[in-house]
Write a protein that binds this ligand. Sequence first.
Ligand SMILES: Cc1ncc(COP(=O)(O)O)c(C=O)c1O
Length: 426
Amino acid sequence: MTVHRSFEEAEVAEVPELFGELDPSPRLLMGPGPVNLYPRVLRAMSVPIQGQFDPEFRRYMSQVMALYRQVFRTRNEQTMLIDGTARAGLEACMHSVIAPGDKVLVPIFGRFGHLKTEIAKRARAEVISLEVDWGTVFEPGQIEAALKQHKPRMVAICQGDTSTTMLQPLADIGALCRKHDAILFVDATASLVGNTFETDAWQIDMVATGLQKCLSGPPGVAPVTFNERVVDILKHRKHVEAGIKPPDLIEGNGPIIQSNYFDLAMIMDYWGPRALNHHTEAASMLYAARECARVVLEEGLDQGVARHVLTSEALRAGLQAMGLELYGDARHRMANVTGVIIPKAIKNGDKVRAEMLGDFGIEIGTSFGPLHGKVWRIGTMGYVCRKANVLRCLASFETVLRRNGFATTAGVGVDAAYKVYADAAH
Ligand SMILES: Cc1ncc(COP(=O)(O)O)c(C=O)c1O
């Protein structure tokens, strides 16, 4: 006998496990990123999507370009989104500029310098890596000496390396790269919006970033910008898929860019007036990126940086009052993430992090490579970067540390942070 079941029953019967409805526990994300989203950004992601050739959607694309020109402080026409996490932006920029055999200089002051070395190698560059001790940054003279000696086509460097919490001063590097005819590419993923960044004034040729740090958006889109020096290189490498190539398009005579997805020569034409088809735009991510920029620009770039500076000062005063030592060269700390040396009394740094998360719902970060087990990283970025969160974090951290054997006086951390806010108000 046939048993008639409803469509829904049949579906359930065929899928043994549907798991629960999505219901993630609320978390305060105070690690090195991702961080909590601006509520307006979450709302923007739920509006209906459109196709990338809908004239209305093309206007949103142009608005995104205009908004990110302001965020990057640039007049570069070529300012757009690469679909993918921040490293998608790095790959697009590096693979599109570097031709096999080109020399690329990578000054490394943490994990993300090593990442750029690895991407440059995959692009078949001849890579010259310069290293300084983790916790420090480069002097311009060290970079100039390497420019003179190696004459690279590109210098690829981080502004802020989250792995060490250090901020590389960049104001002088652009002029040096111009003098020695190198393209300066900056990875501003971790630092943009929390620290001053000047694309044009610092003569930076190419920049890539992500949404998930001080822009307080979801990971998944990488804003990039680049100038005419880069466009000239890309023109020589322009090759367009046969199926979409317009008859009047002139291809370059340089080597083809190895990745189709990350081919900036094609992506430029997709975003530009030609509107040449490439990928299907990640529409919800574009809405998110648009809203992130609107929130940040409404606050004002300088005001946003000042908020990050004040918040990290309050956090750092609190941590130090508790008897903790901060990591890295104090003159070059990022304003949005703080390294804390794990004190000797704490036998297991990961247990402290687990208790912060499990008991207080606060995520703080671990460290990589040589710093693993030695340093925690606490982020104060974007939407998270505010007084209430600093006070919550300090109060919870103090409790967890005391329960794990670290001797400190109850309330000193929170009081020290309050004092920073009180002093700033006068
Ligand atoms: C400086 C820097 N560059 C690149 C990345 C890579 O970003 P993603 O994980 O979004 O690919 C990160 C991530 O933390 C970063 O901090």
